[in-house]
Design a protein around this ligand. Structure first.
Ligand SMILES: *Cc1c(COP(=O)(O)O)cnc(C)c1O
Length: 401
């Protein structure tokens, strides 16, 4: 490994640095940063102010709202800006629960949701709400019939994620939405892994609420939105000023919201092309790993899958050791989800699809994106077999192929 001297310190310089953890955070596109910049230095007014500084900021805000709305076939009055995917999910679940508790106290969700859905559900459970966690099949798919069977006269909300962040499985949201709509129940989907990645339309999906987050599709961190269908009964998330039609008080994060709008502009232009590129590189990586490394298996659905997601179980190796060893080789990926990988608990998603706890510890997730190149995949396919071979040589359980 080459070293270079910086200010008297030896800093290790990688030959290569390959980022394959886009599902945890995508890099902010330089065009997004450029679009945000004037809103720090020139157009810094408060959008609620009547002077031109404020009104210029207000116009930018509404422009971004229009962009976000149109990418999902919504109307701009149905978009509320938030601080990200976690807030959008909290807003949807708690907002619907509190506003509709007179109608019932039952909420249906799945066993593979992001923690930003399961934790608010557990919080609501302590407040007297009843939560049903639906099981998934071995691919991580929810059966729409199970949703139908779980709905009772106390059900006020169904929340099922659009695509899973760990295993990439895309759920049959349109079909579930049709059932939920017929029952007259609100339907929320966590669209953080799909909005900006694959085409989606809130009417086709039959959803009443959809969460999205800018940093998952090349926007800045700490900003997102919640789509709320017109006529939905929901409590405000923050009380205070009149911002966001009194649904989410606090001075709007104008630069970040402008960045979110710009990120939407970019995906509108590039989505088809990026999907095609991702499918190609994803499948090359999956095929390469499964063909060259014994005792490996793809997790998630082979076809109903996010274009950029590769999740592999590697027997007889610890996920954490693989991630750290790959990092030394300049490859960034994850095991389990980024939020849980610091804990020793195996991923709840992998357990839910029926993977044994020992194997669940040995999973690797590579998520590809805008700046991933063919050579990056070649490099991973060159390094990974060597890293796994080295780690397996130290494992008392591995007896060879
Ligand atoms: C990243 C992620 C979130 C959380 O979004 P933040 O903007 O980081 O709060 C929620 N749901 C899913 C599926 C995610 O991938």
């Amino acid at each position: 490994m080459p070293y270079e001297c910086y200010g008297g310190k030896n800093i290790k310089i990688m030959d290569k640095k390959i980022y394959l953890d886009y599902a945890a955070a995508a890099p902010t596109d330089p065009k997004v940063v450029a679009a945000m910049q004037p809103y720090f230095f020139d157009i810094y007014g408060n959008p609620s102010s009547l002077h031109s500084f404020g009104q210029d900021a207000k116009r930018a805000l509404e422009d971004a709202r229009e962009k976000v709305a149109s990418l999902m076939g919504a109307s701009s009055t149905e978009i509320v800006f938030t601080s990200g995917g976690t807030e959008s999910n909290n807003f949807a679940l708690k907002g619907i629960a509190y506003a509709n508790k007179g109608e019932g106290n039952h909420i249906i969700t799945s066993s593979i949701e992001h923690h930003a859905v399961t934790e608010p559900c557990e919080f609501l459970e302590k407040q007297g709400f009843k939560i049903t966690y639906l099981k998934v099949d071995k691919y991580g798919l929810i059966n729409p019939q199970d949703v139908k069977d779980a709905i009772n006269d106390k059900t006020i909300l169904v929340s099922i994620m659009h695509a899973n962040n760990e295993i990439g499985t895309i759920e049959p949201i349109a079909e579930i939405g049709k059932i939920v709509k017929e029952k007259g129940v609100y339907f929320h989907t966590d669209g953080v892994q799909t909005f900006g990645h694959i085409p989606l339309n809130v009417d086709d999906l039959n959803v009443d609420l959809l969460s999205l987050s800018a940093h998952k599709f090349y926007g800045p961190k700490g900003v997102g939105a919640l789509y709320i269908r017109k006529g939905t009964k929901i409590s405000p998330f923050l009380e205070g000023g009149d911002q966001e039609k009194k649904r989410r008080a606090s001075t709007e994060n104008v630069p970040s919201i402008v960045g979110l709008g710009k990120a939407v502009d970019l995906v509108r232009e590039t989505m088809d092309e990026e999907m095609k590129k991702s499918y190609f590189l994803r499948d090359k990586l999956i095929k390469g790993i499964l063909e060259t490394i014994d005792n490996t298996k793809l997790n998630g659905h082979p076809l109903l899958r996010l274009p950029n997601n590769v999740n592999i179980s590697v027997e007889y190796v610890e996920g954490e050791s693989m991630v750290l060893n790959l990092d030394l080789e300049g490859i960034a990926c994850s095991t389990g989800s980024a939020c849980t990988s610091s804990s020793l608990e195996p991923s709840h998603v992998l357990l839910a699809i029926g993977i044994a706890p020992e194997s669940a510890h040995g999973s690797l997730r590579f998520t590809l994106g805008r700046f991933t190149q063919d050579e990056d995949i070649d490099y991973v396919l060159e390094v990974l077999p060597r890293v796994i071979k080295k780690l397996r040589a130290m494992s008392p359980l591995y007896k060879g192929e």
